[in-house]
Design a protein around this ligand. Structure first.
Ligand SMILES: Cc1cc2nc3c(=O)[nH]c(=O)nc-3n(C[C@H](O)[C@H](O)[C@H](O)COP(=O)(O)OP(=O)(O)OC[C@H]3O[C@@H](n4cnc5c(N)ncnc54)[C@H](O)[C@@H]3O)c2cc1C
Length: 343
């Protein structure tokens, strides 16, 4: 489709969905700010639970440009903070949602390996070198999806149930009155349109971006993470590094390392979170502005420029060291880097 290369790099997933063109309305029942997994699934459910109500999703970039289009696609039974009250059976609930919206997610649940430098299981299929010897500690419930397919499936479900989805429509400000006026800046075929939309209810689903909209700027901090995808590995290479059984993995101690196989037999390896500002490894002094929209700040980071470039080679050599093999030449890190936001 000839899209410009995103400064965060090329994700390995394809989002096979573009919303139908539509004009910005004057008034809606529900406005959802942010078209990631959260915003799109909320839109799909709202259309189902409140038929007849108008639902509008406003996405400042292209669909899939945020974390949801760059995610690792690992599905686990607990949150990153472990079991939380009221969480219920996450994997069963996830399956139910995918079924309800007829999403071909490529969900497979073979279990996920927790790996670590201490207390390994008796017969660990892997033995990698990464700040110590990394081995399997135990297997926990979970597996992987194809995030591109989940993303497109949710968007399709929302749109076919009646939601309008508008890309390149950034909510710049929100006034707290009734109904709520949203100040929207839309970029359409090179022209800028500014519009005030009134909404009865607003859901902010912007992840770590636009924290000013929800007055969370002082309370939350955006963080970035790097991941690399290798070129496809041969069956012998997968066997040599212990990944023939295709289990995804993450470390239970630090430094953090996670990964999974792609359908192509490439492997994604990801690192931990790094701060996006204040003491940033990316050189915040180079004009990172603190204007209304935090996403503007994050989009200044370019994996091909500045200090971010220096982050990728260590990531690649860590990957190669961990797996004790040379990365295939095709795996030029900058062409496969994923840099994305998370809270
Ligand atoms: C590299 C990486 C790997 C990950 N791996 C996993 C994993 O394996 N398993 C897992 O469960 N989770 C994983 N996560 C976390 C998971 O991807 C995120 O929690 C999830 O995608 C967040 O979805 P979201 O819809 O809340 O946010 P996002 O997908 O970030 O969507 C927010 C959207 O809001 C838009 N937006 C922001 N400001 C505005 C505005 N003012 N107006 C309009 N639109 C706006 C953004 O452009 C963006 O598209 C990973 C994350 C990353 C970055």
């Amino acid at each position: 489709m000839g899209r410009k290369v995103h400064p965060w790099g090329v994700p390995p997933w394809t989002v096979d969905f573009r919303p139908a063109p539509c004009a910005l309305p004057d008034h809606v029942d529900f406005a959802i700010v942010g078209g990631g997994f959260s915003g799109l699934s909320a839109a799909a459910w709202l259309c189902r639970l409140a038929p007849g109500c108008s639902v509008l999703v406003l996405e400042s970039a292209s669909l899939g440009d945020g974390a949801s289009g760059r995610t690792g696609g690992m599905a686990l039974a607990e949150t990153a903070a472990g079991e939380l009250p009221g969480l219920g059976d996450v994997l069963a609930g996830y399956k139910k949602i995918l079924r309800a919206f007829h999403i071909d997610s490529r969900l497979t649940l073979p279990g996920v390996w927790e790996i670590g430098r201490f207390a390994p299981a008796k017969r660990s299929p892997i033995s990698w070198s990464d700040s110590g010897e990394l081995r399997v500690v135990r297997r926990v419930p979970g597996g992987t999806v194809d995030p591109g397919k989940v993303f497109a499936g949710l968007a399709r479900a929302a749109e076919s149930a009646g939601a309008r989805i508008v890309e390149h429509a950034e909510v710049r400000a929100l006034d707290f009155s009734n109904p709520l006026p949203l100040h929207v800046r839309r970029s359409l075929r090179g022209r800028i349109q500014r519009k005030e939309i009134r909404a009865e209810q607003v859901l902010l689903a912007t992840n770590a971006a636009s924290l000013g909209l929800s007055s969370l700027r002082a309370a939350a901090e955006p963080k970035l993470t790097f991941a690399l995808a290798t070129a496809p590995l041969s069956a012998a290479q997968l066997k040599a590094i212990g990944l023939s059984s295709r289990h995804p993995f993450y470390t239970v101690d630090l430094p953090y390392l996670w990964g999974r196989l792609l359908e192509s037999n490439g492997v994604i390896f990801g690192a931990g979170l790094v701060p996006a500002s204040n003491g940033t490894p990316f050189g915040a002094s180079r004009g990172v502005h603190t204007g209304k929209n935090g996403s503007q700040d994050l989009h200044r980071y370019d994996v091909r420029r500045g200090e971010a470039v220096g982050r990728l080679p260590p990531c690649a050599s860590r990957t190669a060291g961990a797996a004790r093999f040379s990365l295939p030449k095709k795996c030029a890190p900058s062409s496969a880097a994923i840099l994305a936001t998370n809270t």
